[in-house]
Design a protein around this ligand. Sequence first.
Ligand SMILES: [Zn+2]
Length: 342
Amino acid sequence: MKTLLSTSTAGSLPKPEWLAEPETLWSPWKLEGEQLIAGKQDALRVALQEQQLAGTDIVSDGEQTRQHFVTTFIEHLNGVDFENRKTVKIRDRYDASVPVVVSAVSRQKPVFVDDAKFLRQQTKQPIKWALPGPMTMVDTLYDDHYQSREKLAWEFAKILNQEAKELEAAGVDIIQFDEPAFNVFFDEVNDWGIACLERAIEGLKCETAVHICYGYGIKANTDWKQTLGSEWRQYEEIFPKLQASNINIISLECHNSRVPMELIELVRGKKVMVGAIDVATDSIESPEDVATTLREALKYVDADKLYPCTNCGMAPLSREIARAKLQALSAGAEIVRKELSQ
Ligand SMILES: [Zn+2]
């Protein structure tokens, strides 16, 4: 029987410090060659066990095999030059040195499919796999070839669809596309962003999700949040079209955010992964904090469609804190599950 209020994480978990520098994004690997491959698999096993011990219902690889949620995927594509980088402003927020699209993009070979097969072998629990969304990929590059964000996103959507179909065949239950850029470029989201997302999930029979957050708990993001005012209504711009889309699940940042919870009413009918854990603070939520957020969300999401989750990935946190937050998520979900069964 499917568990009511099945818990999961948005994606990344901290890596062990023998694999990569802890509490850092884009952290370089500490191993090489065969040792690195074995090290990544060991880290995946540890990340899975951490989730299982914490009682997480839908598990993931904790993104142990990738350096970054967007660039690691792009590194495996043809048509992108990683040597001669350019500096661009990501999500209108912070400068980053990024690779350049120099010719037609295509996928050389499957990117994460072997990792997904490995995870599938380790557990019978439902598994979720995250891929970058087409718009967020475009926003993490300099485009010297297509010279159109929409055209490049459409090409990425076709490539993501190839990868997603192979992940599905490998036994992945939920394929999630990370689209933090959806919170910034509303006109583009409505013009072509959601259409590209639907191209990426075309023909899939497994469940599909889109994760839209306010970013990792890094300084550029927390500074940006300070400028957003007392109510964050970004979701309002894109929810009507998302509600009408084919995507099954929408993953959102809710806990400690200034997003008015009633905006979730706009996607009524969709499954919602409700972020009930703040990833931008080291303070650990109590189970009751989590339960409070979930109860509030239940006003706008039917119980059988509510999936307690984290606001975003936990890669930049310490392992101890991430572990405690996972436990709080499970304990908070259990409080509300009991209330619902009364
Ligand atoms: Zn996120």
